[in-house]
Design a protein around this ligand. Sequence first.
Ligand code: DGT
Ligand code: CA
Ligand code: CA
Length: 581
Amino acid sequence: MGTHGPGIHNADVAEAFEEMGDLLAIEGESPFRIRAYRRAGQVVRSLPRELAEMGKESEYDALPGIGTDLAAKIAELVTTGHLKALEKLRRRVPAGVRELLGLPGLGPVRVRALMTGLHVRDREDLKRALAAGALATLHGFGPKLKSRLESALAAEPAAREARRFPLSVAAEYAEPLRRYLGAIRGVTRVEIAGSYRRGRDTVGDLDVLLCAPAGVDPFGPLEHYRDLRELSAAGTTKAAGVLRNGLQIDLRVVPKESFGAALQYFTGSKDHGIRLRRRARERGLKLSEYGLFRGDRRIAGETEEGLYRALALEFVPPQLREDRGEIEAAARHALPVLLERADLLGDLHMHTDASDGNDTLEEMVAAARARKLSYIAITDHGKHLGIVHGVDADRLARQGEAIDKLNDRLRDITVLKGAEVDILEDGRLALPDAVLAKLDVVVIAIHSHFGLSGAKQTARLLRALDRPHVSILAHPTGRLLGEREPYTLEFERVLDAARDRGCTLEVNGQPLRLDLDDVHVMAACDRGVLLSIGSDAHSSDQLANLEGGVRQARRGWARREDVLNTRSLGELRDILRKPRP
Ligand code: DGT
Ligand code: CA
Ligand code: CA
């Protein structure tokens, strides 16, 4: 880990590219260029290695979806920390217009329409246009969007939620920090506690615990850390700082004998901690961040395991510590045996360059074999009106032949034929039943009309679930972390429909989707709906998304038996082929 250079992480490069795409779209640039930036952003976001450490333009060039021009831009970003082209665009598109992108329902296309059609250049202009009823003259601005915009604009800036970071973004900063701190002399252990350790999909700040004997001052060396923007140390055991991307860190130095108690306390959640301390009190004990005490005597606290044991509890994995019944279950020794990544035998959602993926069928299969998956489904986007990069029935048939050939040749993996089919606004599917009937796996998903009323959106989904041959409803709530709220939905009706029809709900592992989320996973398992963990990989690297999906499912108490793609190929085929009631 070098300490030179501007300390640019992949998430920064991805954000820069995504912003480029948005700003170009606002300017009305060619869809091809816009797509190139968005796709590059997505590729960069899920690379397993840091671009800054690859450090050669020719290596960037070899990445999927990155040509010479984008490779040069990556090199510029990682060496200078800036991107001239982006700065130029930012100067051309007024700040007030850029800020509009943060409002619900406003993507670059609508922002451009507001700008060109109504000369809206900031929030104030938009408020006036709304008040004057001018939005009715624009295409694509219905009454529902209008009222969402009105309430978002009415909220004062101070009342907006404090910034949270997607876990994947926080990890790019947290893991190098962990390594840096671990290398400081005298530091024997580093743990990043808080919501980060619980695996929440977003984190507010990082709570870092260092184990070091009294007399060691780790904050001196930390001042020189390349990702650090500010640091204020209060003495030698506590400090707070801000990282380059605005992420806050709280640091504490803790002695060995109370490290487990501190780790437990600062891992939280707050509600889990409150219940645990109450349990201690009921047993005549006192639990604090320093240990578990009977009178003045410390009876546990060096390890978390010892602490839970002393409270007559099964060890509660951090991902379950949300006060959702885990302490009661731990007291009965009835915690679920949670799903593990190794339980997944396959992946039923991924794309190739036949639609909007970056790699070929053969490359995706090779990557899946390297990950020891025993089956995968290729689920490229089905083509329908308005979709440029999709597969039509002919292309699907040709892909099917290529898959048959691969299956003849390969012994250790089976490739299933599939497609990801759009659910149209009225709940019809974008490909006809006769085409779907020939596939092994049919993934359906909403990719448009996110703003329908709850009743309409629910009816749309129920109608889609009623089609024969449907296997998996992908990213069922449609949220995108930091960008898009889940659509309004009567979720329990969707759960019941999915269960009754033998349809599986996906836990999508894309770092900004993680959809279903933990609460929905729990509801799905409670109602007997089977889940499928899907990578939704658009390049071979992104099969790593499965890990994020597993983490999210675990937070919702999912066990191996709750998940379709833990089944053997034979069992899987039986489930997929089962006639629908
Ligand atoms: P975040 O940072 O908003 O994503 O969420 P957390 O859970 O990391 O919360 P944070 O950073 O405010 O505090 C870290 C942990 O410290 C928290 O999970 C439990 C513990 N903690 C913090 N404040 C309190 C408190 O007022 N009471 C109790 N019992 N525990 C607290
Ligand atoms: Ca935190
Ligand atoms: Ca904190």
